[in-house]
Design a protein around this ligand. Structure first.
Ligand SMILES: [Zn+2]
Length: 125
């Protein structure tokens, strides 16, 4: 092992390191970095800096149980979003009045009845 690697290893011992939340934050930061270069935005630059500080603060933190808890919250939030995407319900807007109507997914072409204005419209679910 090279001495630099050894030093790094010793430094990271007892510290939290990277997790899903950290990796996700890094992706967001990279996207912000590119956007801030395109738009020459000082505010985005600041957000990139703050984001990097946040990610490194978490990775080098010794409060592992607290960081672990944050990651669990993030995972629960992510799973919640995912299950919403794969939900069995589709929402259509009534073409007449704009009322949102929830119908079951995967039923093929069905006639949807708007409860607000009583219009029937056909949609593929
Ligand atoms: Zn309607």
């Amino acid at each position: 092992m090279s001495s630099l690697k050894e030093k790094m290893y010793r430094f990271m011992q007892g510290r939290y390191g990277m997790d899903d939340l950290g990796r996700f934050s890094m992706i967001v930061i990279l996207v912000l970095m590119v956007l801030s270069m395109i738009f020459q935005s000082g505010l985005m630059n600041l957000m990139v800096c703050a984001g990097l500080i946040y990610v490194y603060y978490r990775a080098f933190s010794r409060n592992i149980s607290k960081r672990y808890g944050e990651n669990q919250k993030f995972l629960a939030f992510r799973d919640n979003l995912r299950s919403r995407k794969t939900s069995t319900v589709r929402v259509f807007k009534c073409p007449t009045c704009g009322q949102k109507v929830r119908v079951p997914k995967g039923k093929g072409k069905i006639s949807i009845h708007c409860p607000k204005c009583n219009t029937d419209f056909i949609k593929r679910t």
